[in-house]
Ligand binder design. Structure first.
Ligand code: AMP
Ligand code: ZN
Length: 482
């Protein structure tokens, strides 16, 4: 497969050509573990997952590295505000590491529930302080730093390519509006590599360094850990669009200043935001939706995954329970269809054809598989990929076993649990639901007979809201999913 990705660096579609043939080094910025991930964060990790799964299915050997930020991330990405970890620990009366352990566990529980594959390497910032100190040493040796007010800063005026990713103009960054928060900065865009002066008197996590006892700035961890696990130049780096202008811009400046190699990363892939009806979702502002809150409202984590796949990762996606309900119903229909096909394929399994689905006129399913591949190659278009899956499942001409084989292959990327669904031909939940609906249909028939049309109509409307259509015919009423 020949992938093209929209590269934020240069703002254009580019054919994917990895540095080492057949291998991909990929770094995706991981969570800051001071709270649960919100469902917007999970969009970023589903995007990483689709990327990794697509590349692996195409035969690449992907090394996926993800950091866990448990130190140094202030509430403002630009060295302003409170330390997120320290503040959370104080609020909860726990140590920073206890908070980090708890939310790291919660994060991987969420990602597991959403069928997001665990990265090849998961690395915690606090376990890589030595690597960060070594990298900062290289940056300092190159003359890119200065000390002021007890902290070590990166001087962006020494790095002419600063801001290339975000299309920032260095002149503006140099002058810029001073925030007034950190008077030590020579240029507005300068950032801290190492803090010795903490805003918190009882800063719990501090380490010795050539610049004094303190702790690292936020950005340096991603440079240090990605270089450690992927080398001084690697293929893909990603995160949400909020990271373009500061975090990733600073990561590039640090890494290239340290190694002297350009480009540090060949392809930058950024996901757009998930927004709520009421606007932006953010962890620090509180009041955000977690995966568990969706589960508590009656949704499966894979309903949410299905919902996310319906939007292209570079388009803003608006979350609403109505839209999630639609995804839930669609996923249910998808699994129902897979179960029906599995039943048919099982019934036909005595035939030689069914035993080897690839022998049954492959061109009938190949066109969908081809369409699916084209969709992914075109900057990971999951909405189009999903349409191909649906087209395949709705097509009655190929043998059911062949349809399933192609659908399972697509699901290696989509991760919707189709094979597991095929194994449970009729889940208990379905039987209970069917019984309940049959009961309501009978109740409506009785109401009509008694000329209580208001009740009959309200039963029909209630079922419609839940995604079921009633059709009255000569043989009585039948129901189906809408
Ligand atoms: P954080 O834990 O705040 O460092 O964020 C983790 C990831 O989620 C980063 O890649 C962010 O860019 C991304 N992110 C944050 N908010 C959203 C959102 N509302 N929609 C999509 N991605 C987001
Ligand atoms: Zn990062």
């Amino acid at each position: 497969m020949a992938f093209s990705f929209f590269n934020t660096l240069g703002r254009r579609m580019q054919v994917f050509d990895p540095i080492r043939p057949g291998k991909v080094g990929f770094y995706g910025c991981g969570p800051t573990v001071y709270n649960y991930a919100h469902i917007g964060n999970l969009r970023a990790y589903v995007t990483h997952d689709i990327l990794v799964r697509s590349l692996r299915r195409a035969g690449y050997e992907v090394t996926h590295v993800m950091n866990i930020t448990d130190v140094g991330h202030l509430s403002g990405d630009n060295d302003e505000g409170d330390d997120k970890m320290v503040k959370s620990a104080e609020e909860r009366g726990k140590s920073v590491l206890e908070v980090a352990d708890f939310y790291t566990g919660a994060f991987f529980t969420d990602t597991l529930r959403m069928n997001i594959l665990r990265p090849t390497v998961v690395c915690r910032a606090t376990e890589h302080i030595t690597d960060m100190i070594a990298l900062i040493g290289r940056i300092e040796a190159g003359g890119y730093t200065y000390s002021a007010g007890g902290n070590l800063y990166f001087d962006i005026s020494k790095f002419p390519a600063y801001g290339e990713l975000a299309l920032l103009r260095l002149e503006e960054q140099k002058a810029g509006a001073r925030t007034g928060v950190d008077e030590n900065k020579r240029n507005a865009g300068d950032f801290v590599l190492w803090f010795t002066r903490s805003k918190f008197e009882n800063q719990a996590l501090v380490w010795d360094s050539p610049w004094g006892r303190g702790y690292p700035g936020w950005h340096i961890e991603c440079s240090a850990m990605s270089i450690k696990y992927l080398g001084e130049q690697f293929d893909i780096h990603s995160g949400g669009i909020d990271h373009i202008s500061i975090h990733h811009t600073n990561e590039i400046a640090q890494s290239e200043a340290a190694t002297g190699k350009h480009p540090w990363v060949k392809y930058w892939i950024h996901n757009e935001f998930l927004v709520l009806d009421k606007g932006k979702m953010s962890k620090s502002a509180g009041g955000f939706l977690t995966l568990q809150s969706l589960v508590d409202a009656g949704y499966d984590p894979l309903d949410y995954r299905y919902f996310l796949l319906g939007g292209h990762y570079r388009s803003q996606l608006q979350f609403s329970y109505k839209a999630l309900e639609g995804a839930k119903n669609a996923r249910k229909s998808l699994l129902d269809r897979v179960r029906v096909l599995a039943g048919k394929a099982g019934a036909a399994s005595g035939s030689a054809e069914a035993r080897d689905p690839r022998q049954t006129r492959p061109e009938q399913t190949e066109k969908y598989r081809e369409g699916f591949n084209r969709a992914l190659e075109d900057d990971l278009s999951t909405p189009r990929a999903m349409a191909e899956l649906w087209g395949l499942l709705r097509d009655n001409s190929p043998e059911p076993a062949a349809v399933l084989e192609a659908a399972f292959d697509m699901d290696r990327v989509l991760g919707l649990g189709l094979e597991a669904a095929a194994k449970q031909e009729k889940p208990a939940e379905d039987e209970d639901l069917a019984r309940e609906i049959e009961g309501l249909v009978a109740e409506r028939a009785a109401a009509k007979k008694a000329k209580n049309f208001a009740l009959a109509d309200s039963i029909r409307a209630g079922l419609k809201d839940r995604g079921f259509i009633l059709e009255d015919g000569p043989a009585g009423t039948v129901w189906r999913r809408s």
